[in-house]
Every structure is written in structure tokens, then in C-alpha cells.
Ligand binder design. Structure first.
Ligand SMILES: [Zn+2]
Length: 147
């Protein structure tokens, strides 16, 4: 069987570069190196579960609450009016989705599907690994439960 990047990620004892933005028994979120767009993270199940249909009830409940918390923190941190989300369940046998800051756009400016296409096509003008890791760290600090 091919190696599973997300299983490797879950099994590691040290956090990924930029740290876990969100980490529970069921889900993890972090700044995915393959994306590296500041303000964008991947959220994935810790176990193999293909698509939303593959989630159990507990995962489904946590997903709803988890993406709400992530979205609120990301909206605040990235000073954006909303958070884009997409999930395709391709290539990796874990439910996973990307969440990221929607740009502030004026009528006629690029956003929505055009931006998602550029992210998926790895547009180098959107990528900034250092800033992506910095935003991930800030998100993690924002989501950290109070001591
Ligand atoms: Zn896996």
C-alpha cells in the first residue's frame, strides 16, 4: 500500500512545521506544505474516512463545531469577511478540506472559483511558506484554550 501522508502526520510525535492549528483525537489542521498560501490550512480526519459520508456521528458533530471555531479565528486573524472551504476527497483516504481567507474584492476583481483554481494550480504568486507558517502559528495561539 502507498504511504499515507496524513497517517504519517497523525503518527508523528513532533508537530508539523508551523504546528497543529487544531488537534483532537478525530481531526488535525495545519499549514499544508503543498499549498503554502498564507491563511489557508488543511483539516483532516485522523483515520481513513472517505468524504462526508465516511464520517461517524461524533466526527460529524466535531467537524461542524471545529470549522466554526477555525472560521471565526481565521476571519478575525486574516481580517477577511469570510472563509472559503472546499473538500474533494481526492488522492488521500481521509476526509479532508481546505479552509482559507477569502480576499476582499471589489466588483470585477478575482475571488471565488478563480482564486481556488489558482491555489489548486499552485500559483507561485500566492505561495509564501514563511508567511503561511506565521499565520498558522498565530491561528494556533488564537485557538489555544485558556489556561
Ligand atoms: Zn491515512
Amino acid at each position: 500500500m502507498d504511504e499515507c501522508h496524513f497517517c504519517e502526520s497523525v503518527g508523528r510525535s513532533d508537530p508539523p512545521e508551523g504546528g497543529w492549528v487544531y488537534s483532537t483525537d478525530r481531526f488535525r489542521a495545519y499549514a499544508l506544505p503543498a499549498v503554502s498560501v498564507p491563511g489557508w490550512v488543511v483539516l483532516h480526519t485522523t483515520r481513513h474516512a472517505v468524504g462526508l459520508a465516511g464520517l461517524d456521528e461524533e466526527e460529524s458533530r466535531e467537524l461542524g463545531i471545529g470549522i466554526q471555531h477555525l472560521s471565526r479565528a481565521m476571519t478575525h486573524l486574516c481580517d477577511t469577511p469570510k472563509i472559503y472551504m472546499f473538500a474533494m476527497a481526492d488522492r488521500v483516504p481521509h476526509f479532508h478540506m481546505m479552509l482559507g481567507a477569502a480576499p476582499r474584492t471589489s466588483p470585477g476583481e478575482e475571488g471565488g472559483a478563480a482564486l481556488l483554481t489558482r491555489i489548486l494550480m499552485k500559483d507561485p504568486t500566492l505561495r509564501d511558506r514563511e508567511k503561511s507558517l506565521m499565520v498558522a502559528q498565530q491561528l494556533r495561539d488564537l485557538l489555544k484554550p485558556p489556561m
